[in-house]
Design a protein around this ligand. Structure first.
Ligand code: FEO
Ligand code: CA
Ligand code: CA
Ligand code: CA
Length: 664
């Protein structure tokens, strides 16, 4: 973003809220005062079904886990470790008996010429395209024999996202800006190449140590890699650009936050805060740009460089039609991207049927042969929504592929105050959807246009505005779904599903599909926990959180195979510097009894995000993003992981037990 005095701000990428809709079905919204009335009425009954009282702040609720009738309440702990304390140490802290080892930090050579990482950050753009990218995020381990249904644990492909860049750390002396323009082309190319995804073939040795293999499967996908567009928006007039007049392809994926992986063994990367990469100088922006927060200048000023590879970040109407400029380039972002990690020559696919928004991640319900595939995705921006996709075609093991993600129904969630919920179809052919469009005075020409404008479509049907939906996770046995709602400084009205105003600490919501029918349109929900300090929180067991588990801004969420819920935090600003929570952390929670313990604390200024494990559960991979956030190229505020005085860099951390056994 360019300021009045011609500086480019190089922000960290959280977008400003852009949901200015007044949802017509806002009857969900009740005031705090009214909540007391509701608590004495019928509304509490439905919540009590799930074992929760209405989500009050101070009053203790019944243990929520106990309310799920068919899951036995267990007293024996499944968290066999002593919780680590809150700390601001500039290191990784794990419980006694565990080790944490740094792996593939930003700049690790993985392909091509394998260019060595240069400590002064003087690697050029071409080097960066052959090295691990910056700012690790979502990640998945694919056993080498995954395609045969195998669970090989000592050899596989580690695939990970690189969400964004810290320009002051990416270049030796930070970015070069002259008169509000980026003045060094190689710098901008390097920034684009530091984004995207890394595919890394790795092997575990006899002593449990992991190494990167020089392999033809290793691959960097960047902000410039050619990609195919599939689904209802493929070829749409709103997708046509100078690069692809047919509207069927685009270049690159950006701001890849959380991830997903399909039942057929491919990786999914999710485009989150992409709007800030684009600029438009048009005085009136079309709805497909304004509703997503595209502004007059881009976050990193890429659009200020001459040449087609950079001009595409300028969405200003400069030509007679869309095939001759880049007015539609931002419409080719905001999607879920599928990558086949086992085929390094494959073209990544943007699946438009899954909707266009700030996709945090994508998580699948358990698949059954002969049933549709179902997956969930959150739109991480203040007051945005949670979505579900149900494929039209049925899942067939060994036969199904990414085409299941190209034809189906996209739904958005309404969390009713009484603990019930509805999935509302965003489907051009659905009469209810057509009626909602008419009532709102909004017209769409076809399903492609609905999907390009997913947020607007969700506004119209009356979805529930949420407190920044981040990761989701599906319990491997019960099929219950959990989503983090990380915080929301702009929430003005409390509603049962988002009960605090403003929401400074975040919470985790939990739902179960009615009759356990994942493809259905009804569900029941409650709140799993309210994050916060001891004075303003509620654990899953209905008590306040305590020293072993206080947390804020829950973000990453993942179930291990045995049904333990792993929670990662992303606090920023004053909460990180002065709150009672210390550095960002990772906790483990057992939905069977609500027990929750802090397992790991990250280094200074870092977010803990991204988690996956080997099938034998002897290795856990966790990502540490932006250690030393706020560093300048001269002043590093963290020296993790390389040591005193050295440039901080994002990295994966390998966690194992000292005795080499299963982690838990
Ligand atoms: Fe990239 Fe919503 O975190
Ligand atoms: Ca996140
Ligand atoms: Ca976050
Ligand atoms: Ca982040």
């Amino acid at each position: 973003m360019i300021t009045e005095n011609n500086d480019i701000l190089f922000g960290n990428g959280d977008e400003l809220p852009s949901n200015h809709s007044t949802n017509p079905h806002i009857q969900d919204v009740i005031s705090l005062g009214r909540r007391k009335v509701l608590a004495g009425g019928a509304a509490v009954g439905a919540l009590a079904f799930l074992g929760a009282s209405l989500p009050g702040l101070a009053q203790a609720a019944e243990p929520m886990a106990r309310g799920i009738k068919d899951v036995p309440f267990r007293r024996r702990t499944r968290l066999p470790f002593a919780p680590v304390a809150v700390t601001r140490a500039d290191t990784i802290t794990v419980p006694a008996g565990y080790t944490a080892t740094t792996f593939i930090p930003w700049g690790t050579p993985i392909t091509g010429r394998y260019p060595a990482w240069l400590e002064d950050a003087s690697n050029n753009a071409e080097d960066q395209a052959e090295q691990v990218g910056m700012h690790h995020d979502g990640m998945h381990f694919f056993p080498m024999n995954a395609r045969l249904g195998g669970r090989q644990s000592d050899h596989g492909l580690l695939v990970l996202n690189h969400e964004y860049i810290d320009a002051p750390l990416l270049h030796p002396n930070g970015p070069t800006v002259v008169d509000g323009k980026r003045a060094n082309v190689d710098e901008v190319r390097k920034e684009i190449n530091a984004h995207g995804v890394s595919v890394v073939e790795i092997r575990r040795g006899p002593r449990g140590e992991w190494s990167v293999l020089p392999s033809s499967r290793n691959r960097r996908i960047t902000g410039a890699t050619p990609m195919r567009i599939e689904g209802p928006a493929r070829g749409h007039a709103l997708m046509r650009t100078r690069y692809s007049p047919s509207g069927t392809s685009t270049r690159g994926t950006l701001n890849n936050c959380s991830n997903g992986h399909t039942p057929w063994g491919t990786y999914l990367t999710c485009e989150e805060n992409w709007a800030g990469y684009f600029a438009s100088a048009d005085s009136e922006l079309p709805r497909e740009l304004s509703r997503y927060g595209v502004r007059g200048s881009g976050r990193y000023g890429w659009e200020t460089v001459a040449g087609d590879e950079f001009e595409r970040f300028n969405a200003t109407r400069t030509a007679a039609d869309a095939s001759s400029d880049y007015r539609n380039e931002p419409n080719t972002f905001g999607w879920i991207v599928e990558i086949d990690p086992f085929d390094p020559t494959s073209t990544p696919v943007k699946h438009t049927a899954l909707g266009r928004f700030a996709h945090e991640g994508l998580v699948f319900a358990p698949v059954k042969p002969g049933r549709p595939v179902v997956c969930y995705s959150g739109d991480d921006s203040q007051n945005e929504y949670i979505y579900k996709y149900v494929s039209r075609d049925r899942y067939r093991p060994q036969r199904s592929d990414g085409r299941l993600l190209d034809d189906g129904t996209l739904y958005v969630a309404r969390f009713n105050p009484d603990g019930s919920g509805d999935w509302l179809a965003l489907d051009y052919d659905n009469p209810d959807f057509q009626r909602a469009c008419e009532a709102a005075g909004i017209r769409f020409a076809d399903q492609g246009e609905v999907l390009v404008n997913t947020r607007l479509a969700a506004d119209i049907v009356g979805a529930t505005k949420m407190d920044r939906p981040e990761w989701g996770a599906v319990h491997p046995d019960t099929g219950d779904v959990y989503f983090t709602l990380t915080n929301n400084s702009s929430r003005e009205q409390a509603i049962p599903s988002n009960p605090r105003t403003p929401n400074a600490y975040g919470h985790i919501i939990h739902w179960r599909e009615a009759s356990r029918d994942f493809a259905g349109t009804r569900f029941n929900w409650d709140l799993y926990l309210l994050a916060g300090p001891e004075s303003d929180s509620r654990s899953p067991a209905g008590r306040a959180l305590d020293g072993s588990n206080i947390m804020a801004s829950p973000d990453g969420l993942w179930f291990d195979d045995e049904g333990r819920l792993w929670i990662q935090t992303d606090m920023s600003g004053s909460q990180l510097r002065t709150g009672p929570f210390g550095n960002n952390q990772m906790l483990v929670s057992d939905p069977r009894n609500g027990e929750t313990r802090r397992f790991l604390v990250g280094p200074l200024g870092a977010e803990v995000t991204g988690i996956t494990a080997t099938p034998d559960f002897r290795t856990l991979f966790v990502n540490i993003q932006h250690p030393g956030e706020g560093s300048t190229s001269k002043n590093f505020t963290s020296s993790w992981p390389d040591g005193t005085g050295r440039r901080p860099r994002s990295a994966t951390v390998i966690i194992s037990r000292e005795d080499g056994k299963r982690l838990m």
